[in-house]
Design a protein. Structure first.
Length: 160
């Protein structure tokens, strides 16, 4: 496994639409492992393949404090949402920043796992937010487009 370089806002790869994964191979298995390692190392709760420069529809998420419950989503689709939550959101591709974004409070996602078998996940709160945020990356969207009000520096918030 290896840590990959995380692309930051301004890198045009983050604005492109990622491609559907049609078959699993060793390269993609390595990419999944590398993305998990990169996400944990950066202390993020999610990472999408375009963030490491790969335009494939692949996302890894782990919102648990223990970091022991990885979710791998290949070709994910949101199939149901409900409710609303408004709160702070950040992104490993926008380091040091945070902004308020409204998302559904419940999200149901259909995807393939690393064996290319169909899986369905339901998430509430932070997990629902992560599903929306990471799937947006696959369509070239960053949360900053959806921020209500201004983008804050994490360091400013800590000083208050
Ligand atoms: Ni992000």
């Amino acid at each position: 496994m290896a840590i990959r370089n995380i692309r930051t806002m301004g890198d045009t790869v983050l604005n492109k639409t990622a491609k559907v994964i049609t078959e699993m191979n060793d390269r993609t298995q390595i990419l999944i492992d590398d993305m998990l390692e990169t996400m944990y190392e950066a202390q993020g709760v999610g990472l999408a393949a375009p963030q490491v420069g790969i335009l494939k529809r692949l996302v890894v998420i782990d919102v648990t404090p223990e970091g022991d419950s990885p979710i791998i989503l290949i070709n994910p689709e949101i199939i149901e949402t409900s409710g609303e939550q408004t709160g702070d959101e950040g992104c490993l591709s926008v380091p040091g920043k945070v902004g308020v974004v409204t998302r559904p409070n419940y999200v149901k996602v259909k995807a393939l796992d690393r064996n290319m078998e169909e899986v369905v996940y339901e998430g509430e709160g932070l997990l629902a937010r992560a599903f929306c945020h990471e799937i947006d990356h696959l369509d070239g969207h960053l949360y900053v487009e959806k921020v209500e009000g201004k983008l804050y520096n994490v360091s400013d918030l800590e000083e208050e």
